[in-house]
Structures are given as C-alpha cells and as structure tokens.
Design a protein around this ligand. Structure first.
Ligand SMILES: C[S@@+](CC[C@H](N)C(=O)[O-])C[C@H]1O[C@@H](n2cnc3c(N)ncnc32)[C@H](O)[C@@H]1O
Ligand code: SF4
Length: 360
C-alpha cells in the first residue's frame, strides 16, 4: 500500500448537501423512473455540521465535491464553497444547471473551482431524458455565467458539461458537441455511461451486505436497477466512433476531457453494457475508495462509496470524521472488501470507479 492509502483523513470528500431536486431525469438513480429517493424523508445537512466536517478535513486539503439532489438548491451553498476555498482546498460541483441564470452573480462571488453542468444531448433528446424546457434554461444559464465571468475578467468557476450515455442519448454525442456547444465557452467535458445493476446483481449484493454488515436493505443499489436488454440494443461501434471524435476535438482545443469507462472501443463499451466484466479493458482488481474517499449523505451518514452508499459506517451529526474514518465499522467494511478479494460483485456496475487510472 502506498502512503495515500494510509491517510488519517479522507483525501476526497463528497457532501450530499440536500436530497431535494427540482428535476426528475428518467435515468437518475435518485429521482428517476426507478430512483431510490421517491417516498424517502428528504434530508439536508445542517450548515454547522458541514462546516465542522470541512474544518476537520482541511489539514489534508482534500478534494471536495458538493452533491445532491441538486446542490445549488442548498440554502448555504455559497457559504460552504467559501469555507472550502478559504481553507485552501479545491471544490467541484455537478449541477443540473437550472439555477445558473438566477445565481450567476453569487456563484462568481464565491466560485467553486469547476462546475459540471449536466446535459444529455440536443434539445429534443435532452428534454426527453431530463424534462421539457431544461435544455434552453440550462444553456441560457451557462451563457449568462460565462459572459459575466468574462466581463469581470475572472477565470473561475471553470465551466464544463457532463453527458450521460443511455440507450436514448447514445447516438447524439457528436451532434451535441458539434451543434449545441460553443466550444470556446467550454473548459472541460465528461462523457459517462449510465450506471445500472440487474435485479440479480442487486439481490446478490443485498444478501452479501446483510451477511457482512447486517444491513436490512440496500435502497441505493435498488435505485440502480434497470433491465439489461435495454442496453444491449445500443450501437456500440457508432458510440465509440462518436466519443473518439469528441475526444479528438477536446485534445485539439485544450479542453479537459474524461470518459468512463476509459478505453474508447466498441468491444469495451459492449462489455460494459452487457456486464461482461472479464472483458472490460479498464477493470480493476480492487477498489481503493474505502482508504481514500468519504461520502456524507444528506442525513449525515458516511460511506466510502459514491455509487452504492448503503452501508453507513458512521454519522457526522454526532461523530467526528477521524472517529468514523478509523472506526470499527469502517474497518469492518475494509476487511469485508479485502475478504471479497478487493471488489464486491456489484462493483462492476459502477461505471466511474471501475476505471483504474494507474492502468492507463
Ligand atoms: C445525481 S446528479 C446530482 C447533481 C445534479 N442534480 C445534476 O444533475 O448534475 C450527478 C450526476 O449523475 C448523473 N446521473 C444520474 N443518473 C445516473 C446514472 N444512472 N448513471 C450515471 N450517471 C447518472 C447526472 O446526470 C449528473 O451528471
Ligand atoms: S437533476 Fe440530477 S439529481 Fe435531479 S433528477 Fe436529474 S440527475 Fe437526478
């Protein structure tokens, strides 16, 4: 193990400031068709608790992400960003972009380092996935923010997009970038594949977590369940061609580009969507997140996983971060993962974290 895996505090912290969201994007594991947040008692983190967590972690200058629900709906969003930046750490946010026009001034007064605006295709496709009127409202917000940033001579927040590839959007990656974006306004671009689990995977995961960690249910994993046959109809050759084109455009223009899974090829994409994990080129043999990463849910629960945050190893409302990070439940989870050989069976479904940067 290298030193970063022995850190006394997490080096990457995601704060789910609020569960609430103003949209209902179809593929969303929180608020989508099968999302886990329907019927849930909605929570949001207490401001003082957020400050306490930030202050305790600042000595290691972790990378922070403010998450939701929709993070820009959190009433103390600007103060939280300010606290992190004043402490000398970096902070990024994903956002659905619906509040950018209204909140551009405030965003520039205490800017995160980067914002990742979610849009999933040209207007008719994006709006089918994310809701009517969303495309126009978001693009107006991005332009407002960009123009205000430029007129003030500021360089932050850096502005970019996240595009989620689903069966509906997968043939529109190139068209979106070529026809809908003004690339002079774009600092970064991420193309990510829909995370989903089969009902079988969910059931296996539930049984394993019951046995290892005594959890009664795994609602986050349940929120990821989607039928596999939907994805098998996709044109992987065309998808790889389009993503490759986008990657090249970004390289030529100096736009920071990421895509998950990392290797751009039809075979790799087929392996991901068919859940043929042994042929996935970017596969890991183990997940290091429990040694690096902490996710705080809106009710204060802490987990070391961004995707399947079903086993709480502590709660920041009544525990310190270091107490949780070195606590018995966290050690139990790390031990369980080691025992499982480095990955739980469901980890293969996690598009983002299955990619191992050390292999590239
Ligand atoms: C859960 S949202 C929270 C932040 C904000 N509401 C937004 O939409 O950007 C974070 C990101 O996850 C993406 N997302 C939603 N459902 C997904 C899924 N099933 N697989 C992969 N990404 C997903 C969203 O499009 C967004 O880019
Ligand atoms: S805006 Fe974000 S959190 Fe809300 S439904 Fe869409 S993807 Fe999910």
């Amino acid at each position: 193990m290298t030193n970063i895996l022995q850190s006394q505090l997490p080096l990457w912290v995601t704060l789910q400031l609020t569960d609430a969201c103003n949209l209902r994007c179809k593929m969303c594991y929180e608020w989508g068709e099968n999302g886990a947040y329907h019927g849930k008692v909605l929570e949001r983190l207490d401001k003082e608790t957020v400050f306490k967590v930030i202050d305790e972690c600042l000595p290691v200058k972790p990378y922070f992400a403010l998450f939701g629900g929709e993070p820009m709906m959190y009433p103390w969003f600007d103060e939280v960003v300010q606290r992190i930046r004043d402490g000398g750490a970096r902070v990024d946010i994903p956002t659905n972009g619906m509040f950018l026009s209204r909140k551009a001034e405030k965003l520039l007064a205490s800017p995160p380092n980067r914002i990742w605006v979610s849009l999933d295709g040209p207007k008719h496709i994006n709006d089918e996935q994310r809701g009517n009127g969303v495309f126009d409202a978001v693009q107006e917000g991005v332009r407002t923010l960009f123009e205000l940033r430029t007129s003030r001579g500021l360089s932050e927040p850096k502005i970019g997009y996240t595009f989620i590839v689903t069966p509906l959007t997968h043939l529109y990656v190139k068209g979106f970038v070529e026809q809908c974006l003004d690339l002079d306004m774009v600092d970064h671009l991420s193309i990510e594949f829909q995370t989903f689990a089969t009902e079988d995977e969910h059931q296996q995961h539930l049984q394993l977590f019951k046995r290892l960690f005594d959890v009664p249910e795994t609602p986050c994993a349940a929120g990821m369940v989607a039928p596999k046959h939907r994805f098998e109809m996709m044109d992987f050759e065309e998808l790889a061609k389009q993503i490759s084109w986008v990657e090249q455009q970004c390289r030529q223009r100096g736009i920071y580009f990421v895509s998950y899974p990392k290797t751009i090829s039809a075979e790799n994409y087929r392996a991901y969507f068919y859940k043929d994990y042994k042929n996935l080129l970017d596969s890991r043999t183990r997940c290091h997140f429990p040694w690096i990463y902490m996710e705080v849910a809106a009710n204060g629960d802490v987990t070391p996983c961004h995707t399947f945050y079903d086993y709480a190893v502590g709660n920041v409302n009544h525990q310190s971060v270091s107490e949780i990070w070195r606590g018995p439940k966290m050690e139990r989870l790390r031990g369980g993962l080691r025992q499982a050989g480095g990955l739980f069976p469901i980890c293969g479904s996690c598009a983002r974290y299955y990619a191992d940067p050390s292999k590239r």
